[in-house]
Ligand binder design. Structure first.
Ligand code: SAH
Length: 504
């Protein structure tokens, strides 16, 4: 098993800094004894321009068998000979990941006491592994590494070069190229090599969940293949996988909180506002929502997915709105909202007008019944598409306010953001972004199913070609007495909950 890490540099930033990061001097070859064999670290090249570190693991097949780990794929007890003759010594796999973790443990943690600033820096990296067992083939290799910013080359290795008609083996030659922090690159390999191999060679104990989350910090919670990665890494042990997925979901929400108002929303559209002072999109959206609510005559309003409470604050300033409830799944967002709104210092009259509730919109919630209007501002795109029908039912079916305002990004407009690379969504946490046609067809379907009329409004400059940056749908209940209807049994599904399931 063999892996090389190459970086390039210059006289000011010599490539040999790699030695500091790996805590291994480029002039020395070093030998480490690991639990499954012997690991060697050496540098085939080391100049200011280019530096390559190599990790070679020589697995001892006899030791493997003694430790009871020399079984074939899937852990099935193979024939006596297969215990000794298998691909373990040659292919990068979970054993290799273990060695990587042991030999480069400080580098994996991003520690570099001699040069701490180095560890923070993204480096041009080229990582090559000549033989990676890839269950799922080259296509899966791409799906695992590309979302992390790597340019991936995964060439299937033929079973036998002399006999091309025999076809391909389950191995690929893997080359990753990209600009990443070394610690991130190593932690990704540490997790993804065994995931590709898909056969763990040691007992998967509960502390593997901690290991996975530690190594996955900063990248796994937003990875589109998170479920596959988690389940394979934990050897498909469902209870562990679920535990890991739940903890990742919390990490994701915490990060979404940190990203204050969405960055692009605060960017100003200079072309649109050359004469006046430019207005951030987030402010325009709030104004558009307030306009709709004012003319709807609503007095009691729900802000669903209220985040840090900016809209709640704006609603409080207008006497028309006598009852304002902010709901969010994230306790952190709600705490921040309470702090910003100054809930503790409010007069009694003012504080009687506002409430902040924790709850998930994917569940029906009795507390949300009987309101005149509900707002879902930039929220639906944060839910996985398969969970959206649950939100639709909870809001339009169960809570059933007279007016519902939904805003979401118009993905067609993304080409107009100079700062947004092609094909990217506006925020790392967005599960989807829709075209105008997609949003329309969703909204019309929801309206028809739940007895609402719907109309659409642009928010922000309405580009003749790609439309506005934000799209708004205004739903009005066809039967306006619906809010007064007492709860019926069908409003309470078995999944009914007072919604305390998050951020515990
Ligand atoms: N409405 C605000 C915040 C949008 S960010 C605005 O327009 O600026 C999306 C918010 O939805 C986040 O605060 C997130 O915590 C919340 N959210 C995501 N999924 C949710 C769910 N299932 N239930 C309730 N809130 C959710």
């Amino acid at each position: 098993m063999f892996l090389t890490i190459t970086t390039s540099g210059s006289t000011e930033r010599p490539a040999t800094d790699l030695g500091f990061l790996l805590h291994k001097h480029p002039d020395k070859a070093q030998v480490f004894s690991t639990s499954h064999g012997t690991a060697y670290v050496f540098y085939p090249e080391a100049s200011a321009e280019r530096c390559t570190a190599a990790l070679l693991l020589e697995v001892d097949p006899v030791a493997l068998v003694r430790r009871g780990k020399g079984r074939g794929r899937g852990g099935a007890p193979d024939s006596a000979l297969a215990q000794y003759v298998n691909d373990r010594p040659y292919a990068a796999s979970s054993l290799f990941a273990v060695a990587l973790g042991a030999v480069f443990s400080s580098a994996l943690k991003g520690q570099c006491t001699a040069r701490p600033e180095l560890a923070e820096r993204a480096l041009p990296l080229r990582i090559e592994v000549p033989a990676v067992p890839a269950s799922g083939g080259a296509a899966l290799v791409g799906r695992l590494f590309e979302p992390l910013g790597w340019t991936v080359t995964a060439e299937p290795v033929p079973l036998d070069e002399r006999f091309p008609e025999w076809g391909e083996s389950r191995y690929v030659r893997l080359v990753l190229e990209g600009e990443l922090r070394l610690a991130d690159a190593l932690r990704q390999l540490y997790v993804l090599l065994p995931v590709l191999d898909d056969s763990k060679h040691y007992w998967v104990a509960p502390d593997e969940v901690d290991k996975l989350l530690r190594s996955g910090e900063g990248w796994l919670h937003s990875h589109p293949e998170q479920q596959l990665i988690t389940s394979r890494y934990l050897a498909r042990r469902w209870s562990l996988t679920r535990q890991a997925m739940e903890r990742l979901e919390l990490a994701r929400l915490a990060e979404a909180d940190d990203a204050e108002a969405e960055e692009l929303d605060n960017a100003v559209d200079e072309e649109a506002d050359t004469a006046e002072k430019p207005v951030p999109l987030a402010v325009r959206r709030r104004e558009a929502i307030l306009d709709v609510l004012r003319s709807s005559g609503a007095a009691r309003v729900l802000d669903l997915g209220c985040g840090q409470g900016q809209l709640v604050g704006a609603l409080l300033k207008e006497a028309q709105f006598t009852g304002i409830v902010g709901v969010d799944v994230s306790m952190r967002a709600l705490n921040e909202a309470a702090r910003r709104l100054g809930v503790e210092r409010m007069s009694e009259r003012q504080s009687a007008r506002v409430r902040l509730l924790q709850g998930s919109l994917a569940y029906t919630d009795k507390r949300l019944k009987g309101y005149d209007a509900a707002v879902l501002s930039e929220v639906i795109e944060h839910l996985d598409l398969p969970r959206l029908p649950a939100l639709e039912y909870a809001v339009f079916g169960a809570a059933r306010p007279t007016t519902v305002v939904v805003t979401t990004p118009n993905v067609e407009y993304n080409v107009r953001w100079d700062t947004l690379p092609a094909g990217h969504v506006r925020h790392a946490d967005h599960r989807f972004e829709w075209t105008r046609a997609e949003f329309r067809s969703w909204a019309e379907r929801v309206a028809a199913r739940h007895g609402y009329a719907v109309e659409f409004r642009p928010v922000g400059p309405d580009d003749p070609e790609v439309g506005p940056p934000t799209q708004l749908a205004l739903f009005t209940a066809a039967d306006t007495t619906a809010t007064a209807t007492p709860p019926t049994p069908s409003d309470t599904t078995p999944s009914d909950t007072t919604a305390k399931e998050a951020a515990a």
